[in-house]
Design a protein around this ligand. Structure first.
Ligand SMILES: Nc1ncnc2c1ncn2[C@@H]1O[C@H](COP(=O)(O)OP(=O)(O)OP(=O)(O)O)[C@@H](O)[C@H]1O
Ligand SMILES: [Mg+2]
Length: 165
């Protein structure tokens, strides 16, 4: 049975590394929704996943630009919808086209545009805890919809080193 994967990292590089492992499973048309605490490492996650997708350029936060586009083995889009007020603002960025053209789309604060997300996507929630060192991050990876069913076992294997009980 498929269950959410509870993960932890001890550094920004650790978060990049687990994201890189997950990134090896991403396919054109995939959406990864990143949620959780402010400053928890959503951008760091995309930096790591982009490595697996052959992006050579540095991946910078799209907090102010709203969307950044990279050329890897496939096109990679990195959105931050924190400042967007309306779903229409996201559509105006060309959101539908990004998926139609076979891009892979990472969305920081993706839970804010739930209604626009496809039936299937990967959700990763990143959080920090008061009682843990400042560099520890908890990640919960969970698939929405049926799209990840065939990849789930492989995903569990890949993130094994970062799993927590
Ligand atoms: N385990 C960790 N994983 C990720 N980042 C970490 C970790 N430990 C410390 N950090 C630091 O936390 C910060 C995370 O920043 P990042 O921009 O990736 O977060 P974010 O969730 O995208 O922020 P925002 O909510 O502003 O978009 C970086 O300064 C990074 O070095
Ligand atoms: Mg960010």
């Amino acid at each position: 049975m498929r269950a959410a994967l509870d993960l932890a990292t001890n550094s920004a590089e650790g978060t990049r590394a687990v994201a890189e492992a997950i990134g090896t499973l991403l396919e054109p048309g995939d959406v990864v929704s990143l949620t959780g605490d402010l400053g928890a490492g959503k951008t760091a996650f995309v930096q790591g996943a982009a490595r697996a997708l052959g992006v050579a350029e540095p991946v910078l936060s799209p907090t102010f630009t709203l969307v950044r586009e990279y050329e890897g083995t496939t096109r990679v889009y990195h959105l931050d919808v924190y400042r967007l007020d309306r779903l229409q603002d996201v559509l105006d960025l060309g959101f539908d086209e990004m998926l139609d053209l076979g891009g892979i789309v990472f969305i920081e604060w993706g839970d804010a545009i739930q209604a626009l997300l496809p039936e299937s996507y990967l959700q990763v929630e990143l959080t920090m805890r008061q009682d843990e060192p400042e560099t520890v991050r908890r990640l919960v990876a969970d698939a929405q919809g049926p799209g990840w069913a065939l990849r789930w076992e492989r995903l569990e294997q890949l993130v094994g080193p970062w799993r927590v009980a």
